[in-house]
Design a protein around this ligand. Structure first.
Ligand code: ADP
Length: 425
């Protein structure tokens, strides 16, 4: 029999006995009243005992009792025991997490809703010069770099921000914020001093080598042109050799020029002014149209007269690369459409061709340095593989982005989207 059934049977039995006794003695109401009073007093005493036990945290074994109350005590005791075990497990996990993050070489700081420091590991305390007492302080008050403050305010955590360590400005840190939970964020900072050093060495090396190669190449080209002029074309081998050598020298010159331009884009400060893009595009298209064997292939549509803030030479170089590519990688008689228009918060240059297209897998890689798509072509197409890398850098310096859509054997469209805030006329 269940405890509830036992409890109900007991009450019914008491009522039954008191009804019989009451009928015999003639005091039925009185007896019923006393029995009910007894039951209520018993319940109050039980509740009182329970309240005393639970108010002291329900510690230890519960008091000895019977019936339904024993059942209630048992369930509460069991839940409390489970809760205690869970808390112990969680505490152990938190400790393990703290110990592992404490040992991390990267700085980690847990930020609260209002950018206040909830917790920081040892690396964070070392690299940002934080103290235990800084807990609860707002981080923008402690790390006062404008770029960092802007990054935190924007709350766009897809990117990272680079800043020097407030303790030692020779240490360069890459800081990234990762949101998690309800309004909490984890700030991670990685020491990228060595990486930056290597990057600078690579840039310097490429710039120096390219610069040093320029003069010998000009001399070589000069002599080759003279030899070609002197050639009486008696020996086809010699004539062909001069042609090949001149072709390769020019290719190397292009390579060196492109490398130098890339270095310039990476290292030089921007000098912007209002650039008349429609005029620039007219020039670029006219100059590029005469390069190939069949002219008048470019159809320029200027739907907008917008000028934009930028660096004219850089834009010229990017636009020329895109237009020349469209001509180079499509049939000699096919049309290339160049459009300048405003749409959906962007002012856009779209260059569309009906050429060989780019395989889907190669599209994300074509803007990498020296990346060229391996395609079997009837006629060899010359190139350095640096053109689109230059385009990407120029666009980055103009807060613009490149979108490439392409279908193999059908054609490609390269769109440069500039933010409308750059329009200046
Ligand atoms: P390259 O000097 O080889 O033209 P780019 O950086 O300009 O170097 O382009 C990289 C590669 O992207 C090219 O080698 C080519 O395979 C591909 N590509 C660029 N533009 C086009 C285009 N309009 N159509 C098809 N393929 C293209």
């Amino acid at each position: 029999m269940g405890v509830w059934q036992k409890e109900i049977t007991l009450v019914l039995l008491l009522l039954f006995v008191s009804i019989i006794a009451g009928t015999i003695t003639g005091h039925l109401i009185m007896l019923l009243f006393l029995i009910m009073l007894g039951i209520i007093i018993r319940m109050i005493l039980q509740i009182n005992q329970f309240e005393k036990w639970i108010s002291t945290g329900g510690r230890g074994k519960y008091p000895k009792t019977t019936g339904i109350w024993e059942e209630i005590y048992y369930h509460v005791y069991r839940l409390k025991k489970q809760d205690k075990q869970r808390k112990k497990k969680l505490g152990k996990m938190v400790d393990q997490f703290r110990q592992s993050t404490e040992a991390l070489p990267d700085a980690a700081i847990v930020l609260g809703i209002n950018d206040e420091i909830d917790w920081a590991n040892k690396a964070a305390r070392d690299v940002f010069g934080l103290h235990q007492s800084d807990k609860g302080q707002r981080i923008p008050n402690l790390i006062r770099f404008p770029d960092f403050i802007r990054y935190l305010k924007l709350r766009n955590y897809k990117d990272s921000v680079i800043l020097p360590s407030p303790v030692d400005n020779r240490i360069i840190l890459e800081v990234r914020v990762i949101p998690y939970g309800a309004g909490l964020r984890l700030l991670l900072a990685q020491d990228i001093t060595q990486l930056k050093k290597m990057e600078r060495m690579r840039k310097d090396f490429v710039a120096n080598v390219s610069h040093e190669l320029r003069t010998p190449l000009t001399v070589l080209k000069g002599y080759l042109e003279t030899l070609q002029d002197l050639d009486d074309e008696q020996s086809p081998l010699l004539t062909n050799s001069f042609k090949q050598m001149l072709g390769q020298t020019e290719r190397m010159q292009h390579l060196v020029d492109d490398l130098l331009l890339l270095t310039k884009l990476e290292t030089q400060q921007k000098k912007t002014h209002c650039v008349d893009v429609p005029a620039l595009l007219s020039q670029v298209c006219a100059e590029s149209d005469v390069l190939g064997n069949s002219p008048k292939r470019i159809q320029l549509t200027l739907e907008s007269s917008a000028h934009i803030m930028g660096e004219e030479q850089e834009l010229r170089s990017a636009f020329t690369n895109l237009v020349v590519n469209a001509l180079k990688y499509s049939k000699a008689d096919s049309l290339v459409k160049v459009r300048w228009f405003q749409e959906q918060g962007f002012i856009t240059l779209a260059i569309e061709d009906n050429g060989e297209g780019i395989p889907k897998a190669d599209i994300p890689r074509v803007t990498e340095r020296f990346y060229r798509v391996e395609t079997k072509r009837l006629i060899k197409v010359n190139g350095t593989g640096l053109g689109l890398a230059i385009v990407k850098h120029v666009l980055m310096r103009h807060e613009a982005h490149l979108v490439i859509t392409s279908e193999l054997h059908k054609g490609s469209c390269f769109s440069c989207h500039f933010p409308v805030k750059r329009i200046c006329n």
